[in-house]
Design a protein around this ligand. Structure first.
Ligand code: GDP
Length: 265
């Protein structure tokens, strides 16, 4: 991970206040710190568990054209400049997640959210040893999406927020490919929102001011049906799923994620 002092230097530099930023979130072990290091230095490094959010400056590789530069002539010198942006790493540990949520509720030029998951730690089989990984990822993602939904339903008009589900560790043969990661997370989030709303009813919250607690805590469209990421479009959140690997035998495979960042800049 980036040493702590560096975090403070970057965080306090005036440029970091105005640069577009992307938030990287996800369960611990997903590969966030590795991804951050790769984006920053161009090569992944071995990491240790992060306990504080990190902010680093990264630049788009020259081969990727940011959406805002696409129509510039190749003779325009500004089209050759790297687009700089910030990545905010957040600890995946449950108790430290308020850092991630703070970044969403008070975003500074936040252009998008990357939710990184370990695609080899998501099992769709019932009762398997890795089901806990799927549950943890689904709960975390559910909470982030719910927060984005609440933010969009507020009185203040908020910008659209693209979210990338980056299905990491595709180099491992046990990794689920992106379409299966999508299906597994949608199915598990369906269960999470059911148990959350049941928990609310059981706790008595929402008995008095019923529409407040009950309606606002329900992610996506009403009804008992299946949760789908497409339901988030209604609240200005477009969800994309793309596979990749930060590490792995053949070296990093993160082209689809770069493309998504370039689209969102
Ligand atoms: P974080 O807790 O989300 O910050 O995850 P780390 O970046 O610390 O990575 C957790 C572990 O996964 C480390 O042992 C990494 O070396 C490993 N890892 C990260 N990305 C990949 C990948 O693409 N493929 C494989 N095989 N391992 C990875």
């Amino acid at each position: 991970a980036v040493p702590l002092f560096l975090h403070f230097v970057l965080f306090r530099s005036s440029s970091s206040r105005t640069l577009p930023s992307f938030l990287i979130v996800g369960p611990s072990g997903a590969g966030k710190t590795s991804l951050l290091t790769l984006f920053e230095r161009g090569s992944p490094a071995t990491t240790h568990t992060s306990q504080t959010p990190l902010t680093v400056e990264a630049a788009l590789p020259v081969t990727t054209t940011a959406a805002s530069n696409r129509y510039r002539s190749s003779h325009d010198p500004s089209s050759k400049e790297h687009k700089i942006f910030l990545l905010v790493d957040t600890p995946g540990h449950g108790k430290l997640r308020h850092h991630a949520f703070e970044n969403i509720t008070s975003p500074q030029h936040l252009k998008g959210i990357v939710f990184l998951v370990d695609a080899a730690n998501l099992s769709t089989g019932a009762g398997g040893p890795t089901d806990a990984g799927l549950r943890e990822a689904a709960e975390y993602l559910h909470d982030i999406l719910l927060m984005l939904q609440k933010r969009a339903m507020g009185t203040k008009k908020v910008p659209e927020m693209p979210l990338l589900i980056a299905a990491n560790k595709q180099d491992l043969f046990t990794a689920l490919p992106a379409p299966l990661v999508k299906a597994a997370l949608e199915a598990e989030i369906t269960k999470v929102r059911e148990s959350r709303s049941k928990g609310l009813l059981d706790s008595g919250i929402g008995m008095g001011d019923s529409d407040m607690a009950e309606e606002k805590e329900w992610l996506g469209e009403g009804g008992e049906g299946k949760f789908e990421f497409a339901q988030m479009e209604d609240v200005g959140v477009s969800v994309t799923i793309a596979g990749g690997s930060v590490l792995g035998g053949e070296g990093p495979e993160v082209g689809k994620w770069w493309d998504w960042i370039a689209e969102s800049l």
